[in-house]
Design a protein around this ligand. Structure first.
Ligand code: 13P
Length: 263
């Protein structure tokens, strides 16, 4: 971690906890992280639970904020089954996860689509968490840096319009939901490369942009990852469905957190 950037721990609930159980989880998360005042905490319920979770966090007077898991790049129109940025904001989201590897792999999202979504999110005042990461085949072919660089370059000009407002999440696909986690050193090398690309745009963008690591982050491996210079937080899948375990990841970030005013 670096003193300039405030740590951010985001839970990606994926297609889980979409109703009453989402409200219960949000309530438990709000209570378990309430003393972690040096860390930004985000939860990402499915669309159907956004408004209800916002209400629960409000009732708890919680500083935890909400991300949606996807959105359409257009503001409105004939796009059956899709959700726009303004709808997400109205439902209580202030962030949106974009280009998650599950969206790229299972739903055919391309670099170009992700860039359009990042642009639309920023234009509407939603903070994007733009995801990148290589597959196992790409890693085995030693193409990690090349693939991740290409994915970042697709949206870097968009993030440069508002330095520090957007976030990048590096999630190696082979580490997602597998229990396999990148070593802190391997993750740090990719994060440093990403920061280098941001630096080609401006020093400000490089210094202000938080880069999260995701992929089998748990309470017992979080601290080693978060201790790296260019790892500014975590995007947590499975472990974010358990408020106590998620709270421990937030506590690890709180222990390492420099005192900053970024929000
Ligand atoms: P896991 O933490 O379950 O590996 O998922 C990571 C992820 O995809 C977060 O977006």
């Amino acid at each position: 971690m670096n003193p300039i950037r405030r740590p951010l721990i985001a839970g990606n609930w994926k297609m889980n906890a979409g109703g009453q159980d989402g409200c219960a989880l949000a309530d438990a998360v709000a209570k378990s992280v309430k003393d972690s005042d040096q860390v930004d905490v985000v939860v990402s319920p499915p669309f159907t639970a956004l408004a209800a979770v916002a209400h629960v966090l409000d009732e708890n007077k919680s500083k935890v904020t909400i991300a949606a898991q996807n959105m359409h790049a257009e503001p409105s129109g004939a796009f059956t089954g899709e959700i726009s940025s303004s709808m997400l904001k109205e439902s209580g989201a202030s962030w949106v996860i974009l280009g998650h590897s599950e969206r790229r792999q299972l739903f055919g999202e391309t670099d170009e689509m992700v860039a359009r979504k990042v642009s639309a999110a920023l234009a509407s005042g939603l903070r994007p968490i733009a995801c990148v990461g290589e597959t196992l085949d790409q890693r085995d072919a030693e193409a990690t840096l090349e693939v991740v660089a290409r994915q970042v370059r697709a949206f870097v000009d968009e993030l440069a319009k508002q330095p520090g407002f957007g976030v990048i999440a590096y999630e190696p696909v082979w580490a997602i939901g597998t229990g396999l986690v990148a070593t802190p050193e391997d993750a740090q090398a990719v994060h440093a490369m990403i920061r280098g690309i941001l630096g080609e745009s401006s020093d400000e963008l490089a210094q202000q942009t938080r880069i999260l690591y995701g992929g089998s982050v748990k309470a017992d491996n979080a601290e080693g990852l978060l201790d790296q210079a260019d790892i500014d937080g975590a995007l947590v899948g499975g472990a974010s469905l358990d408020a106590a375990g998620f709270g421990k990841i937030v506590e690890a970030a709180q222990r390492l957190a420099p005192r900053t005013d970024q929000g």
